[in-house]
Structures are given as C-alpha cells and as structure tokens.
Design a protein around this ligand. Structure first.
Ligand SMILES: Cc1cc2nc3c(=O)[nH]c(=O)nc-3n(C[C@H](O)[C@H](O)[C@H](O)COP(=O)(O)OP(=O)(O)OC[C@H]3O[C@@H](n4cnc5c(N)ncnc54)[C@H](O)[C@@H]3O)c2cc1C
Length: 407
C-alpha cells in the first residue's frame, strides 16, 4: 500500500536528519516527515571530526541537539596559520585569528561526527520524525506529488523529495542534474592524537608542500589530525608503526604539545570537489554533500550543509504557515536563490585557497608568507574573514539566529 507524507528525505546523515528535525520543530504535527536510509541508525564509523561555526551552532541549540553534545564539543579560541617547509626548524604562525573580540566566545567548536549523528537521530525520533531503513532508488515527479521508489518495496508519495544522500547521490543522477567535479589528487590522513600538554583551544594549520596539515583541538588533551598528502605517500604513512607515525607527526607539528600518543589509528579519505549545476528540479531539492563537496582545508563542508538545511527549512516553513503547497516551484526557487550562488562562492574560495597553497617552490612560499603577514596586520580584513568563517555574514536564515530570537 502507498504511504503518503509531506516531505520525504533520502539520507540520514547530518543534513537529512537535521532538516527533518528542523521541520518537525518548526511545524510540529502539521508536517509529516519521513527519512529513508539503508544505513539509518548504524553507528557512524571512523573518527571524522567537524568544525561547527557559531551561526550553525545556534541552529543546533534551537533544535535541542546542541544540549546533547555540548560537553563533548571543544571550543576553538584561536587559530594559527603558517606556511613552512618540512625542514624548517620552527613553524611560526604568519596569521592568527582570536575569538577574543568576536561577539561569540569561540571561533568554532570541534565535534566528532559520531556524537553529532547520534544526538541528531535521538532528537529527530523524539520530535516524531519517521525513519525507514531503506534506500530511495528512483522517483517520478507529478503535478501535485512526487512518487518515490524505495529498495524495500512500498512506494511513497510526497509533496517534496529532498536528496540528502551524500556526494555520490543516486537521486541527483536520477533527477538528471549534472555536476562539476574533480579530484584533488590528494588524500587526507585523519587520526586522533593524545598529547602531554594542553592545546589551550588553539587550532593550528601548517601549509606544507602536499597541502594543509591541521591539528584541531578536542576535549581533554586530544587533537584531531587532518594531514593532506599525495596518495602514494599516504599509503606508506598508513604502513608505519605507531611510533614512526608519531615521529612524522612531530616533524610537521613541532613540539609545543609535548609527547604524543595515538588514540585512533590513521585512516585516509580522498579529497575531491563537486558542485551540482542546479540544486532543484520539480518537487526535488538537493542539500549537503549531495549538492556540493569541498576540500576540508577551511572546515566548511558541514557548515555549508547546515546552511542549506536552515534555508530550505525557512522556505518550506514560510509556505506551510500559509497552508500552501510546500513542493511548489516558488519554494524551490527561493531555496535555489538563497543557496546556489552562495555555495558556488564558498566552494570556489576554498578551491582557490587549495590552488594557492598547492604551488611549490621557495618564491611561492615567500609570497604566501608575506601575504599572510600583511593580512595579519589588517584588523578590519581579519574581522571580515573571521565573520565569514563563523557563518555570521550574508542573509541569516531563521535558524541561524540566536535561539532566544527564534523561539
Ligand atoms: C574525512 C572527512 C573529514 C571532514 N571534515 C570536515 C570538517 O572538519 N569540517 C566540515 O565542516 N566538514 C568536514 N567534512 C565534510 C562533512 O563530513 C560533510 O559535509 C557532511 O558529512 C555532509 O553530510 P550529509 O548529510 O550531506 O552527507 P553524508 O554524511 O554523506 O550522509 C549521506 C547519507 O545518505 C545515505 N544514502 C546514500 N544513498 C542513499 C539513498 N539512495 N537513499 C537513502 N539514503 C542514502 C548514506 O547512507 C548516508 O547516511 C569532512 C568530510 C570527510 C569525508
């Protein structure tokens, strides 16, 4: 028998589940929301971490998710950036950003995806989101509904289908939406490191020859390592013993954190770029990694996804509040206008940064160092850059405002 819902979301990653949570929080029983994902509820594997900027953090707080992970989230109080060579004796930061002087107490928070995913799922279920452990495999958009075929059989009719099924999105392909994509020919090595001394909430990013090498502070004396490497070199790094791996980390990170030990063994993931040519089709919208995938060097992947969620929730809620069709073309147009251009600009900026820092040689390095030192002495420009990274520029969707404003 065919099930009927208002919104069907394919994908129970952070984008899909947060959108479902937002819709139920804003509209309550007025909207029936179903999330389908063959891997729904499976604990997130690995030790991937994300930086959550203050504006998206407001959304998590309004939705009642932040309260469940606040004690596991480490505030970033300072960010230090350097450009150096592997054999440099010290890595002096040429550019730094401080939380001090910002309207927020921190630049961002670093969280483990597994903690975020578990908290969002719990909250979504509590608010009455239905979750079905099955993948969406196809769909057909009609005049008033979209019919979605799931792998476990029964078809679902919805007013709107949201594709939150990750960067390899099957539904994006089924919608015939083309994308611009390339491989960076680099991988990121991710690991969790324990250290003897406190990190004091400082995140460090050293731009070395293969790309950025970042240590992001976690709660306690722990840091999340994201080390960009050429694929062949990264495979060799994975074969190292713990002691040899930590020696390589020390060579790049320096000794400011004292002795290191390994908490989570390194894993690698490929780095690539993807931008969908459009974010909507009739009764269909893309959010999160299904719409765009960016290099993690600026920690913007999840923040872009959370902005998609907040903007689409705004567009749907405004229409639902008037009792109008939430899958109508004007809802999709409004979402596309809010997100496509902004996503392209953000993704292109991150891509440009990657290319600037991927240039080899002493001259390129010297130009970068001088440029960063110059920016470091320009407080106004630094304030703009900091606001951009914190997600507090441009149009502010309802859920990105402080919780007391939204409620
Ligand atoms: C190693 C790594 C480190 C990262 N670090 C950062 C960082 O520091 N800061 C940052 O901001 N971002 C970071 N990112 C990016 C961030 O993880 C992503 O932007 C974020 O996970 C996107 O969430 P999503 O829900 O859109 O997609 P995903 O998390 O990919 O979730 C997609 C979901 O869809 C499901 N699915 C797939 N196909 C179907 C289907 N046909 N039907 C139904 N469900 C389906 C999958 O099972 C999955 O649960 C990192 C990414 C990686 C890989």
């Amino acid at each position: 028998m065919r099930q009927t819902v208002d919104v069907l979301i394919a994908g129970a990653g952070p984008s899909g589940l947060l959108l479902a949570t937002a819709l139920k929080k804003l509209a309550g029983p007025a909207l029936e929301v179903l999330v389908v994902d063959g891997a729904a509820g499976a604990a997130t594997s690995g030790h991937r971490t994300s930086a959550i900027a203050p504006a998206p953090r407001n959304m998590l707080e309004t939705l009642g998710v932040w309260q469940r992970i606040a004690d596991k989230a480490q505030p970033v109080l300072r960010m230090e950036i350097s450009d150096s060579r592997l054999d440099d004796a010290v890595r002096l930061p040429q550019l730094h950003f401080d939380a001090l002087g910002s309207a927020h107490g921190e630049l961002a928070h670093i969280v483990f995806h597994r903690d975020l995913d578990a908290a969002v799922l719990e909250r979504a279920l509590q608010l009455g989101v239905h979750v079905r452990p099955s993948n969406a495999v196809d769909f057909a958009s009609g005049v008033s509904v979209v019919c979605v075929t799931c792998a476990d059989g029964p078809e679902v009719a919805a007013r709107l289908l949201v594709s939150a099924d990750g960067s390899k999105s099957l539904l994006r392909q089924r919608a015939g939406i083309k994308s611009l994509a390339w491989d960076y020919e680099r991988v990121a090595i991710a690991a969790t490191i324990g250290h003897e001394r406190d990190h004091d909430g400082v995140a460090v990013q050293h731009f070395l020859e293969p790309g950025p090498f970042a240590l992001l502070p976690l709660t306690g004396r722990r840091s999340s390592l994201i080390w960009t490497e050429h694929p062949a070199a990264a495979r060799k790094v994975l074969e190292l013993s713990d002691a040899d791996f930590l020696s390589e980390v020390l060579l790049r990170a320096g000794h400011r954190l004292g002795d290191l030990h390994l908490i989570d063994r390194p894993v690698i993931f490929p780095l690539s770029f993807m931008m969908a040519r459009t974010f909507t089709a009739p009764r269909f919208a893309l959010v999160g990694d299904a719409a765009h995938r960016v290099h993690p060097l600026a920690g913007q992947g999840l923040n872009l996804a959370l902005r998609d969620v907040a903007c689409l929730a705004d567009a749907i809620f405004d229409q639902a509040a008037l009792g109008l069709d939430i899958g109508a073309p004007e809802v999709l147009r409004s979402y596309e206008q809010m997100r496509r251009f902004d996503s392209v600009v953000s993704a292109a900026s991150v891509d440009l940064l990657h290319h600037i820092y991927a240039r080899h040689g002493a001259v390129a390095s010297q130009v970068r160092r001088s440029g960063m030192s110059l920016v470091d002495r320009m407080p106004l420009l630094k304030r703009v850059l900091r606001a951009e990274a914190m997600g507090v520029t441009g149009v502010t969707p309802r859920l990105f405002k402080p919780p007391q404003v939204v409620m």
